[in-house]
Each structure stands twice: as C-alpha cells, then as structure tokens.
Design a protein around this ligand. Structure first.
Ligand SMILES: C[S@@+](CC[C@H](N)C(=O)[O-])C[C@H]1O[C@@H](n2cnc3c(N)ncnc32)[C@H](O)[C@@H]1O
Length: 307
C-alpha cells in the first residue's frame, strides 16, 4: 500500500507501507506529480528536496528507475580463505607506494571534507546509539567515522579495507577517538566477501565506498548476510549528478582518470538505486544532498537501510 503524507510546509512525504518493507521519501511540490507517476510500478524512489539536519537547504534529486545488472555471487558464505581468494581476485596487490600515497591522501581529504559532512554524520550515527554494539565498517579507509562510534556504549568496531596501508591510519583515528585497542579490529578484505559469520553484526556502516567496490550488488548481499535481523546499514555515498547537467558532463569526462588516481573510485554510479533495490526487508530511508566541498564528487545519498 502506498500512503501520501502531507506536511504543513511545502514538503510532502511518501511512505510505502507494508509489514515487511518500508521506503520513505520527501520531495518538493514541483516534483510531486513526477514522483506520483514514478511510484506507479517502481519502488525506486528517494528524497528529492529536504532540509539538512543542521538546517542547511539542499538540492535533492528526483525519482529514478534503475536497470540493475545481475552480478555473479562470489561466495554464498564467506570463509576466511574464500575472502582472501576474492580479495586477490578483485583487488590484485598494487605497488606499495601507490597504496601508501592514497592512504596519506585520504587522511588529508578527511580533514578537508569532514567539516561540511559532520552535521549529516552526527545525525546518521545517532541511529546506532542503544541499538548496536558490534559495528562493521566497510572501506574504513583512514577512519573518519570512528569518532562517531565513541558515543555508543560497549561498542566494538571492525573495519574492512583491501588497502593494508589504511590500517595504521584507521588505528590512529581509533586511538584518537578514545576506543580501546581491543575494541578495534582491522580486517584486510573486500566488502564483496567479508570473513564474518551470517547475522554476526548489529550494524554495517559505509561512507564513500560504493564508488570503489567492484560489485555493488554483491557488496549489498554481503551486508544483508552479516547483519543480524533488525540490524541497520548506514550509508553516505557520492553518486552521479543528474543526467544532462553540466556536473554530470564533467563527471563523465573525469571518470576514467578518477578511477586511476583515486584507487578505483567511479563518479557516475547510481548507488542510491542499488540500495533501494537490494531488498532490505525493513525498508530504506534515503536522502540526497549537494555538498560544495566535494566538487565533482557530488551529490550524495545518505540514510539507513533496515534488515
Ligand atoms: C574514498 S575511500 C573512503 C574511505 C572512508 N570510508 C571515508 O569515508 O573517508 C574508499 C575506501 O574504500 C576502500 N575500498 C576499495 N574497494 C573496496 C572494496 N571492494 N571493499 C571494501 N573497501 C574497498 C578503499 O581502500 C578506500 O579505503
């Protein structure tokens, strides 16, 4: 059943309500007609106009109907040896200097971009407080999110990343955030094959990582597999700009270069659509924002998916 909820302001919220599935959307009046048309025959819709939790106004994109490729399943249940095979297959070892340089670059970027993104993340990570103790972060990188975990009582953090040089940066972030060393573990693996048991974590977090994984669908399957029932997946990802926009043209041109200089990062992925279509039983809350400090890595989708 689809319910339209009108609010007092110019915002309209749409909730697709069923016992097993939940998708919420908010959008501007201008795009309501389009949204209603899109709702017929598709679940793939997300926020198109909203206010940031910190009060800034943001552009939000319109509903889309993706065509998602069917991808192979590398593993049905990841064991440590399977995961190493998949890691070596998807991310063959690269030169040490390249991995080190990229790790160093990520720590610099972290400082630069965190200011603008912090208000979103603060709100997003509140979803973990009181609900999650064992948290897995995919593509943890230099660990810019670790400071958000220290408000969670009894938290233990597992960080997955195929770049082994990220471990020391992530560990430094963990110490700086006040995590005990036994409460942080770095796992050298890819998110497409995570060496953890089914239903073994309360939450999965991923920021700016779906742009870099080899297989988004398989990564989402792994997230669903390792999450316990009722667990949450928090995401914040940069995605392709609107078709036909100048920014999208820039992204199309820069995309091949970006993949080389930024360790496989793609600029034109429709990650939000993949998340919406991944079949999270509890539904997905998804929003879109434009962040000026990210230049061509904009807009972003962020939100929570519920297993
Ligand atoms: C752009 S950085 C983002 C790092 C961090 N999450 C952040 O928000 O700054 C992308 C990270 O994803 C990692 N990565 C790339 N491919 C991956 C994969 N298949 N599975 C998991 N992580 C991956 C990279 O090594 C890198 O640390």
């Amino acid at each position: 059943m689809t319910i339209l909820l009108f609010t007092s302001s110019s915002l309209i919220s749409v909730a697709k309500d069923s016992a097993a599935r939940r998708t919420r959307i908010s959008c501007s009046r201008d795009s309501v007609v389009k949204m209603q048309k899109n709702l017929i025959g598709t679940d793939s819709v997300y926020s198109s106009f909203s206010l940031c939790p910190c009060g800034r106004r943001h552009f939000l994109g319109e509903a889309t109907t993706p065509f998602l490729p069917i991808s192979p399943s590398y593993v049905s249940r990841a064991s440590a040896s399977n995961s190493t095979d998949v890691l070596n297959k998807l991310r063959p070892p690269k030169a040490d200097w390249y991995l080190e340089l990229y790790g160093w670059f990520r720590t610099r970027e972290k400082e630069k971009c965190e200011k603008e993104i912090a208000c979103y993340k603060t709100k997003l990570f509140e979803n973990l407080v009181g609900k999650a103790e064992r948290v897995l972060e995919i593509g943890i990188g230099a660990g810019p999110n670790i400071k958000y975990y220290n408000t969670i009582p009894n938290v233990s953090v597992l960080g997955v990343d195929p770049n082994p040089k990220m471990e020391s940066y992530a560990r430094k972030s963990a110490i700086k955030a006040g995590l005990k060393s036994e409460d942080f573990k770095f796992i050298h693996a890819v998110a497409e094959s995570i060496p953890l048991e089914d239903a073994s974590v309360d939450a999965v977090v991923g920021s700016l990582v779906m742009c870099s994984v080899t297989d988004i669908t398989q990564t989402l399957n792994e997230i669903k597999r390792i999450l316990r029932p009722g667990g949450v997946y928090l995401f914040m990802e940069h995605v392709a700009a609107e078709d036909g926009s100048f920014l999208r043209l820039v992204q199309n041109v820069l995309d091949p270069v970006q993949q080389v200089v930024a360790d496989g990062c793609h600029l034109t992925r429709h990650t939000g659509d993949y998340i919406l279509e991944a079949g999270f039983n509890g539904g997905v809350d998804i929003n879109k924002a434009s962040l000026s400090s990210f230049y061509h890595l904009s807009p972003h989708v962020y939100g929570v998916a519920y297993k």
